[in-house]
Design a protein around this ligand. Structure first.
Ligand code: ATP
Ligand code: MG
Length: 351
């Protein structure tokens, strides 16, 4: 059995089974009595479908039990759909929170795919760790490119808080301490902030008008006032590289192209991970092939070529990954059934 870690991340390219294997891991650990939170930062609907999660509850953990999905073995864990706007709403603590959440820039940024999804996910995960309510947080990530965006969130934070913004923040921070909300005089800002920011504000004023510039300043200052959340998110990213803190599962399916893509994804992501990561080859047919007794020449050669294909893929995987887990193709068309059956496979993983 693979030892549970505080954070377990499931990543991979599109449609290989990230959500399914992550869910199966959550169920497996929950059955073992661990306190588990499963977070999906994948905006696809799969988790909702499998566990019957409620859209209205996005951003908040919901209880999932064996009864929800018709399993006879009792278990219980929490699952949550990531919602950037809920994270932002929790982050902003100032008295003018209501106003700020109506700020069009904050609203736009916090929409799904609005530009802050990945950073917000990092912040959300960090906040959930801090509650100390969970033994393990299982993370279901979006496919490929968005997963890399998630990993690069900290770098984006760094860019966001770059020198010229910091000047602006510094000024705003000072002016916003203690009593709040005062419209900033552009003239005053102009006299303090760097040339770069001045140019930006001047440009924005010209193309968008005074109202937008004020909204922009309000949005920026709200983010600045909550900068510790961003900076802690950055620290979390560093901790994800610690072996005792995280398990990384790169998911792929039995398909030469998918496995090649998994190798490429690993190369892109490796400096965010540690080296002790796992490759999950999902949907293998190995056992079914072995149990098959073909009775004609044609089916015999079909069996041979199928097992050749599986063998080749595994040999190729071994060249790129040191720890490989194999999960069977579940012969059912019910995603719930896939999750439940795969949850049993974790028991046999002996690495
Ligand atoms: N081992 C398996 N056996 C049979 N079906 C499976 C298995 N693993 C996953 N599936 C099915 O394959 C489909 C894709 O799985 P899933 O949604 O978990 O992939 P994903 O990698 O999360 O996709 P996306 O990139 O869209 O988020 C689902 O219908 C799921 O039920
Ligand atoms: Mg998914």
């Amino acid at each position: 059995m693979i030892k549970a870690k505080p954070i377990e991340i499931f990543c991979g390219t599109g449609g290989v089974g990230k959500t399914t294997t992550a869910s199966s891991r959550a169920i497996y650990l929950a059955k073992k009595g661990k306190k588990v939170l499963l977070i999906t930062i994948d905006p696809s609907q799969r988790l909702k479908e499998v566990f019957g999660l409620n859209d209205q509850m996005a951003g908040n953990p919901e209880k999932v039990t064996h009864e929800n999905i018709g399993s006879s073995t009792p278990f219980e864990f929490e699952a949550m759909l990531m919602s950037p706007s809920a994270t932002i709403a929790r982050m902003i603590k100032t008295s003018s929170k209501g106003e700020l959440l109506k700020n069009p820039i904050i609203k736009t940024l916090s929409r799904p795919y609005g530009g802050m999804n990945e950073i917000m996910a990092m912040i959300e995960v960090n906040q959930r760790i801090k509650t100390q309510k969970y033994d393990t947080i299982v993370l279901d990530t979006p496919p490929g490119k968005h997963f890399i965006d998630f990993l690069e969130a900290a770098q984006k934070i760094n860019h966001f808080f770059d020198k010229s913004f910091l000047d602006l923040f510094k000024y705003l921070g000072k002016s916003f301490e203690g009593s709040r909300t005062q419209t900033l005089s552009k003239k005053l800002i102009g006299s303090i902030v760097t040339k770069g920011v001045k140019k930006l504000l001047g440009y924005l004023d010209k193309v968008t008008g005074q109202a937008f510039v004020e909204e922009f300043i309000d949005a920026v200052s709200a983010l600045y006032q909550n900068r510790e959340y961003f900076l802690e998110g950055l620290e979390l990213e560093e901790r994800l590289k610690i072996q005792s803190f995280s398990n990384w599962f790169l998911v792929t399916s039995v398909d030469q192209q998918k496995i090649t893509q998994a190798g490429e994804l690993k190369d892109q992501a490796i400096h965010f991970m540690h080296y002790d990561n796992y490759l999950i080859i999902n949907k293998t047919l190995q056992q079914q092939i072995e149990q098959w007794n073909p009775n004609s020449e044609l089916t015999k050669s079909l069996k041979e070529s199928m097992s050749y294909r599986e063998r080749k893929i595994k040999e190729f995987s071994k060249e790129n990954f040191s720890r490989i887990l194999e999960f069977e193709e579940i012969l059912s068309d019910s995603p719930t059934e896939h999750v439940l059956k795969l949850s049993e496979s974790w028991e046999n993983t002996s690495i």
